[in-house]
Design a protein around this ligand. Structure first.
Ligand code: PEP
Ligand code: MG
Length: 321
């Protein structure tokens, strides 16, 4: 199967009845673009930029970040690159930010919330993204959005950073896209509102599962309850896809589920347009997509949505595999 997967690396991920699914790679640094391309990634679907900030004593400055992002754009040539803004807090700590200890870090001052309150951090990153993205297909993704006002403020910060760069005579992209991570139930439920103002969505099933089911994704004791196949999660995904498509916007999935072979027919059937995953998972996912009929996957997804629990969904998927 591995050889057959390699042979298919240049083929588009198109279902037997012609529905195309974009396959992207999740990366944590520019060095990972080589593996992304070797596995046939058509884009960088998620650059978790927080890794650049970890294991050091201060934040990377604008020049250092610009060089990192430029290296990604250069490696990916004219392919799309989704740069996610800093997603710290919760399980990802940065000691040098001296963030106060919180009783509920996963519900706390993190990700976009922190960035909107710390323009020093946010502007530096946005400037680096815009500088590096000049001439490229830049897509900026905001994590942990829970209200539409956060999206508006974040987009305004990007526009301000671009205006300042132009004043300074620096090149910025002629156009770029801004997207929202859908990983908090309020964002999923308000997807119709967000879709009016975002260019694309990326569903973070890791956190969406955690927050929908109120199950800490790091707590082994309750890991049996952590289930991305739970029909409540699937119904949110369906709602997000329908809301986005009604406004002509694309939806990707970039959580672990996107690279799980069992989940692929389900996610394709739910109507997602893109799957982004750890690069080694791409060849097998490509093979699965190419063997699917979208019409059948859609019927399977409808049936999954009617199940009582995640166990039944898994059984259904196993029976059809
Ligand atoms: C997610 O939450 O699904 C996601 C992709 O982001 P992270 O795993 O980095 O929180
Ligand atoms: Mg997340």
């Amino acid at each position: 199967a591995v050889d057959a997967d390699r042979a298919q690396a240049g083929e588009a991920a198109v279902t037997l009845d012609g529905r195309r699914i974009a396959l992207g790679a999740n990366i944590g640094g520019a060095a990972e673009t080589a593996g992304a391309l070797a596995n046939g990634a058509e884009e960088i679907g998620l650059f978790r930029t927080e890794f650049m900030y970890m294991n050091r004593t201060e934040s990377p400055d604008e020049e250092e970040q610009t060089r990192q992002y430029e290296a990604v754009f250069r490696a990916m040539e004219d392919r799309p690159v989704v740069l996610r803004t800093l997603d710290v807090g919760g399980d990802k700590e940065l000691p040098y930010l001296n963030l106060p200890a919180e009783p509920n870090p996963f519900l706390g001052w993190r990700a976009i919330r922190l960035c909107l309150d710390r323009p020093d951090l946010f502007d530096t990153q946005l400037r680096a993204m815009l500088r590096a993205g000049a001439g490229g297909d830049l897509r900026i993704l905001f994590p942990m959005v829970s209200t539409v006002s956060e999206l508006r403020q974040a987009k305004a910060a990007v526009d301000r950073a671009a205006a300042r760069l132009r004043e300074e005579g620096r090149a910025v992209p002629e156009r770029w896209e801004t997207g929202v991570m859908i990983e908090i139930p309020s964002a999923a439920l308000l997807a119709d509102v967000l879709a009016a103002e975002a260019d694309f969505f990326s569903i973070g099933t890791n956190d969406l599962t955690q927050y929908t089911l109120a199950v800490d994704r790091m707590n082994d004791r309750i890991s049996a309850l952590y289930d991305s196949y739970h029909p409540a999660v699937l119904r949110l995904i369906r709602h997000v896809v329908e809301s986005a498509h009604a406004k002509g916007k694309r939806v990707g999935v970039c959580g672990e589920m996107a690279g799980d072979p069992t989940a692929v027919p389900l996610l394709v059937g739910l109507g997602v347009d893109e799957l982004s995953m750890n690069a080694p998972a791409i060849p097998a996912v490509r093979r699965i997509v190419r063997g699917l009929r979208y019409a059948e996957a859609a019927a399977l997804a409808d049936e999954a949505l009617r199940q009582d629990d995640g166990g039944q969904v898994r059984k259904l998927l196993a029976a059809r595999a």
